[in-house]
Design a protein around this ligand. Structure first.
Ligand code: 173
Length: 322
């Protein structure tokens, strides 16, 4: 009897140890501040993985820009300093200029997964970032130009604007002077009058208090935001099929729920901006058309200048069917 107990204890110990040895822990960083608009989808993803993956896979969330500057996240992922990143293409164009093309997406993510567009991106992620593209946690979510000086037409001459690569070619094409900063520096830049405005999506300006320093928003919005989960490829290749499945399922769920989520957030934040006294600036019909045409023309020209062959290919996948 005692022998049997000892034996079963041994077996139990062995099994527990085996399970513990099999659980893999991945290190994750977000390029956006913790618990803000563009980190929330990622944080839900981590919770899902940690719930469904008990004993199999665990994500250790190191944090946001306090843990790592957003423009360094791409490098850290590529080099395996981190295993999982929540990042937007604009933050790692130094490694993969084509990632800037995400902003020009006019077809649903589901369509890109069908039409070969995602395969084209995936191959670039593998080559340039040593990464696997998992999922986009932003639905339709336009960018806007926010200003503290009024304009009457789409002419940004004399204005100094905070940008990332998302807005650079467009704002410059309209005559603006641009200065790149991480989101964490926008408030101070506005407060000190270093910039007259900034580019940002329709949602999220309340996260870091920018409504206090913002007078106008130019309508309509342009492009659509993208913030995606990426996994280091060397890490990915070492995972079991079961571990990969946990990540893929949580990724697919997040990508699907981002569509209704952002439709709702877009409407809520538009209303909240009005209540905060942010006044919309609109142009006449010809001005509006010029503004939007210029956005796409300058945007694609920029991508194609950086990567002629891949840029043209991506334009085919990402553009609205004619
Ligand atoms: O403005 C930015 O920092 C930027 O490029 C971005 C991209 C996606 C979501 C939010 C901001």
């Amino acid at each position: 009897m005692r022998k049997l107990a000892a034996l079963s204890a041994l077996i139990l110990f062995g099994l527990t140890n085996l399970a513990a040895a099999e659980e893999v822990t991945l290190r994750a960083v977000s390029s956006f501040a913790e618990k803000t608009t563009y980190s929330r989808g990622f944080e839900r993803f981590i919770d899902r993985v940690n719930d469904a993956g008990k004993g199999v896979i665990h994500i250790n969330y190191i944090g946001g820009p306090k843990a790592m500057p957003p423009f360094e996240v791409g490098n850290a992922l590529k080099n395996g300093v981190i295993d999982v990143a929540n990042a937007t293409g604009a933050f790692y164009t130094n490694l993969m200029p084509e990632a800037d093309a995400w902003k020009l997406r006019q077809v649903p993510m589901a369509e890109l997964r069908r039409n070969g567009g995602l395969d084209a991106f995936a191959s670039l992620y593998g080559q340039k970032l040593n990464a696997i593209y998992l999922a986009n946690f932003v639905g339709e979510n336009p960018f806007h130009l926010y200003l503290n000086k009024k304009i009457a037409s789409p002419d940004l001459t004399g204005l100094k604007l905070r940008i990332t690569p998302v807005y650079r070619d467009f704002f410059q094409a309209l005559g603006g002077t641009v200065v790149q900063t991480a989101p964490g520096e926008v408030y101070t830049a506005l407060e000190r009058g270093v910039v007259d405005g900034y580019g940002w999506p329709i949602t999220g300006i309340f996260d870091l208090g920018w409504q206090e320093k913002t007078k106008y928003r130019v309508d309509p919005g342009f492009y659509t935001a993208e913030v995606s989960v990426l996994i280091n490829k060397s890490t990915w290749d070492k995972l079991t099929a079961e571990q990969k499945a946990v990540l893929q399922k949580a990724g697919a769920e997040g990508e699907a729920e981002a569509i209704p989520e952002f439709n709702k957030l877009n409407a809520e934040d538009t209303e909240r901006q009005a209540k905060a006294g942010i006044e919309p600036i609109t142009f006449d019909a010809a001005g509006t058309k010029r503004y939007l045409d210029q956005a796409y023309e300058a945007g694609w020209a920029g991508v194609i200048r950086q990567s002629p062959e891949q840029g043209v290919k991506l334009r085919g996948f990402l553009s609205k069917p004619q």
